[in-house]
Design a protein around this ligand. Structure first.
Ligand code: CA
Length: 222
């Protein structure tokens, strides 16, 4: 999952980035509203963490503009004020949830996971494809009840496939959602990661879950 953090307090922004990266997210940071709006409009994020008080363009304005353009990316607003008006304004402008500063990282993570889960139409923490089980909270992966160890990038890839199960994903789509802005797309890297994932997920099972769609990309289906 790829997340944009728009926050002008650098220490806080960088703490959120580091924390989320430890949780297998790919994270881009914008330190002002202009850069935040540009990234939000041009990159395919799975969620946006958006501060309200920002230099150049404030968070509410960013939210209005991206919603006006039909961008439905879930948005978690950060607000320094705990005033009811601020929260109502944020939610009315299209925010999916909000957090009042100061907040704990655990709460941010829980709310972020919840908005992403809802955006993918999931109601449970455990998502299944045939006998493959993925726990979105603990990142535990099992097939046929047996635990499978994955690297953080392998997990990110599998999670993206599973949340989009039965849907064809191109290599560039996959890359855009599991790597950040700094990363240069290389379709080979995705093929190599898919091969590694297949060894762990499908090897030894009659029913293969990861499918190659020739000339197009990959799909997971049960
Ligand atoms: Ca701020």
């Amino acid at each position: 999952m790829r997340v944009l953090v728009v926050e002008d307090e650098r220490t806080l922004a960088n703490l959120i980035k580091e924390g989320l990266e430890e949780e297998n997210f790919s994270v881009d940071v914008a330190y002002d509203g202009e850069e935040g709006l540009f990234l939000a409009e041009n990159e395919p994020y799975d969620a946006i963490i958006l501060d309200i008080m920002l230099p150049k363009i404030d968070g509410i304005e960013i939210l209005r503009r991206i919603r006006d353009r039909g961008i439905k990316t879930p948005v978690l607003m950060l607000t320094a004020k705990s005033s009811v008006e601020d929260k109502v304004l944020g939610l009315d402008s299209g925010a999916d949830d909000y957090l009042t500063k100061p907040f704990s990282f655990e709460e941010l993570l829980a709310r972020l996971r919840a908005v992403i889960r809802r955006a993918f139409g999931e109601t449970e923490n455990i998502v299944k494809v045939a006998d493959l089980e993925l726990n979105l909270n603990t990142h535990e992966v099992k097939r046929g009840g047996v635990k499978i160890e994955l690297s953080s990038k392998e997990y990110a890839l599998l999670e993206y496939l599973v949340l989009n199960r039965n849907k064809l994903l191109t290599r560039s789509q996959i890359s855009e959602h599991i790597y950040d802005y700094e990363y240069d797309f290389d379709s080979n890297v995705i093929d190599v990661m898919i091969a590694r994932l297949r060894k762990k997920i499908d090897k030894g099972f009659n029913k293969k879950l990861i499918h190659t769609v020739r000339g197009a990309g990959y799909m997971i289906k049960g």
